[in-house]
Design a protein around this ligand. Sequence first.
Ligand SMILES: [Zn+2]
Length: 736
Amino acid sequence: MRFLALLLLVSAGAVFAADDDIVGFNASASTSQRALEEQLDSIINADEMDEWLRRMSAEPHHVGSLASKENAEFIAELFESWGYDTEIVGYEILLPEPKTREIELVAPTSFTASLREETLAEDPSTAVRETLLQPYNAFSIDGEVEAELVFVNYGMPEDYEILERYGIDVTGKIAIAKYGRSWRGIKPKLAGEKGAIGTIIYSDPADDGYGAGDVYPKGPFKNDSGVQRGSVMDMPTYPGDVLTPGRGATERARRLKREDAPTITKIPVLPISYRDALPLLSAMGGEVVPQEWRGALPITYHLGPGPAKVRLKAEFDWNMVTAYNVIARLEGSEYPDEWVIRGNHHDGWNHGASDPLSGQVAMLAEAKAVARLAAAGHRPLRTIIYGAWDAEEPGLIGSTEWAEDHADELKEHAVAYLNTDGSARGFLGIGGSHVLERYLNQVADDVNDPRADISLKERSRANRMITGDEKSRSEAKNRKDLRISPLGSGSDYTPFLQHLGIASVNVGFGGEASDGSYHTLYDTYEHFTKFKDPGLTYGATLAKVTGRATLRLANAPRLPFDFKGLADNVALYVTELEELANGMRDKTMAENQLIKDGTYAVAMNPYTTFGPPLAKDPVPHFNFAPLKNALSRLQEAAEAFDAAAAENDAATEEVNKLLYTSERLLTREAGLDGRPWYKHHIYAPGFYTGYGVKTIPGVREAIEQREYDKVGPQIDIAAEVLNDLADRITTLTDML
Ligand SMILES: [Zn+2]
């Protein structure tokens, strides 16, 4: 899986004179570092990456398969041959694989879903049958249910509000939902909370199919038999092995019983193609769906319930399998106890050419170049650890188990974690901890786009200049760095950032190629090299970006952490929270008045056939003062540090340790309300969005979910973490 948002650099700006020095390096150190990076570029070879990609995507290689183990061994051999201290570390994890998958329309007509993806003559990889992992949603519970269908749009909280206004209740029904808008696991989670007894998820051709563009093999989009596989584990509660939350899934680990694992769904769920969805949806009656809910199938979409009645049966083999992480280490010459960690998963749902191997081969190209430079006398000052993770697809399992297993050492030694996953052609997207915003901007400024003769940063800036909203365009006048996106979830950075408080980064290219092959049989070498990144041009560029990112962290005399950018982004989030509360208060007040006056219905679009909402509790005024006071302290401390850092390039191990452990101060051992595994109080995946980030999540989700009595205590916790960080920054300033 993968974070799908593409326009991750969200600011445009005028061109500033580039600072010549790399943050954390003085003038002469910057010059030699840049010279080293030019050598790095010359070692990166797209043809070799292409060979690795072809080899590793030849067979389906999901966790637990023979091909996944062989790929882990191949990756380990490469690292070993380049001089890394390499080991394959196994974890014993619970993995459901499909045994029975049945969806049958039993009334008013009959139809049996094929649940089968077709072989294409144009793509020989799709001829595989024996080792193909059939379409399913991992960590659905076993079950057989029969009930009327209700169409729930994307299955998001706001969709259920609309259904309530139609007077439609999903209790005892099967919810049919479109893929998209949220992490897929939210769909069965919410349907179950609302009383549904089963869920079917399909990709509508409007979003991913002939409504979006030509379908595979003519174009990149989903053909009518393509099915998106994927995990539906409740990852916003905790990712990783469902039986061992908070600890490594070693052979002897204490395990939950499967029936007690809270992250397995409560109701059965299966994914289908739009070919299989069509007869089900055509047989539905009831009201016509609202305009915005309509897809691109040649039917009138109805909400139900029924008369379409469906039997859904899903049974799985619940096996214990071994996830094979490859861990490769290059000991630092000066600071071996400071670790830069760099990862990308290697397991795919099937051939996984795009997801994850396009990112994996970029990491391998980077690692080879770093090792060659080390052998030529440029050994990195800090230790670099490469992690090629297994079992990311079913729920970030390989990385999470390793991070949990080594939690204490990592909290002590980890400087930062750098992640990639599937990557294509297009714009450079950067998400990450905002202490690294400055450093990432410099990296993006020092690598050119492979087709346009401008830096990646300036290309993204230009894009923002024409596509940004008014606010981001006006920011261009005042802001030298492009904002990087805060991280939610969807790839392996989550355990490092949100569980352990390690500053993290996620980078990748995208935006010019469709994602129609995502988690289907069609994510093949043929599809990838034809449509997503022909010649691996952007893949090679990604290796140059991450190679710089890794080496600058490994070699910087003073670690390139910057607090001004962080404070500026946190200020934005605090403003957003106040605006959120004020907006909800005004809207609730106005709506309640209209409902009371009986005039709500006439205020709606006359073609809207659903009724007014129920009146909601008024939104109280909250006291944001503690948070705003803490923010002021953080801003002042960041300014003072910035001024001191500009005048003084002193760097001691003590300073560096206080720098890289500063992100830990944003966590609390007790974690977030109701989900203690997530310990970071600035970044978390949304409890009801899954991939999408919630910044200052304790406060934001208490407001959004209308749990008003929780807002004050959450403001106090957020203020406390910011105050702790401000104190740390002041200590650092005094040391410079
Ligand atoms: Zn992935």
